[in-house]
Design a protein around this ligand. Structure first.
Ligand code: ADP
Ligand code: AMP
Length: 222
């Protein structure tokens, strides 16, 4: 049976950072809806053109576009054994659509780690976030997780940039959008018995340990 893990949490909680750790550990693809949108914007595709204003303003891209994009991503063979989802779903309608999609592959959402951190911490993290231009969006932080060489990705050497939607005004709005549109998913997944709380206000390695232990792969020596 495939394994699907949904990382839930506000912008800046550490979903992307931890998704990469889990993807490696479980040998599953990391599917970030934000990364797919940014790639489409970079390539000036129809989807990119439709999504860019919403993203620029810190609004959610409409459900129908987002759901179709994820459906398309799931049709690739690397998803046959499951996936680590980061940033999707973000609304109850997306969560319902995901449930239906997964039924079609004989799967279900197995676990939803909900990563939380105080709002002032989220703001500091996003203000200092540097993202790799290559697809895969490796992320760094100028204080909390600096690259070895300023301005370049440790993994593929690509240039790092600051996301336009990480500027202070947009970040505040993105957090409001999260509180209004995405927090209903906490109860949604709690009611389905798959939510686990993760304290995201801890060093990156510590958060990874909590996640791996929740997923039944505790780090040796712990
Ligand atoms: P999200 O995907 O939830 O928006 P990211 O994984 O991109 O969040 O992390 C946001 C920023 O915070 C990045 O700059 C990342 O390097 C940094 N970061 C992630 N997790 C932690 C942590 N536990 N402690 C300190 N900084 C972190
Ligand atoms: P992220 O990379 O997860 O921070 O997402 C960046 C932006 O992409 C968000 O602020 C939204 O505009 C858009 N986005 C990403 N995922 C979704 C989603 N599941 N539903 C709607 N919009 C999304």
């Amino acid at each position: 049976m495939p394994t699907y893990i949904v990382l839930l949490g506000p912008p800046g909680a550490g979903k992307g950072t931890q998704a990469k750790v889990l993807a490696e550990k479980f040998g599953l693809p990391h599917i970030s809806s934000g990364d797919i949108f940014r790639e489409n914007i970079k390539n000036n595709t129809e989807l990119g053109k439709l999504a860019q204003t919403y993203i620029h303003q810190g609004e959610l891209v409409p459900d129908d576009l987002t759901i179709e994009m994820i459906r398309d991503r799931f049709s690739r063979p690397d998803c046959d054994n499951g996936a680590i989802l980061d940033g999707f779903p973000r609304t109850p309608a997306q969560a319902d659509a995901l449930c239906k999609m997964l039924k079609g592959f004989n799967g279900k959402v197995d676990l939803v780690p909900f990563i939380s951190a105080p709002q002032n911490v989220l703001i500091k993290r996003l203000a200092g976030r540097w993202t790799c231009r290559a697809m895969g969006g490796h992320v760094y932080h100028d204080k909390f997780n600096p690259p070895k060489q300023v301005g370049f990705c440790d993994i593929d050497g690509s240039e790092l940039y600051q996301r336009d939607d990480d500027k202070a005004e947009t970040v505040t709005h993105r957090i409001e959008v999260y509180l209004k549109q995405t927090t209903p998913l906490i109860d949604y997944y709690k009611e389905r018995g798959v939510l686990v709380q993760i304290n995201g206000f801890a060093p990156i390695e510590e958060v990874s340990k909590q996640l791996l232990s929740a997923l039944g792969k505790p780090v040796e020596g712990k």
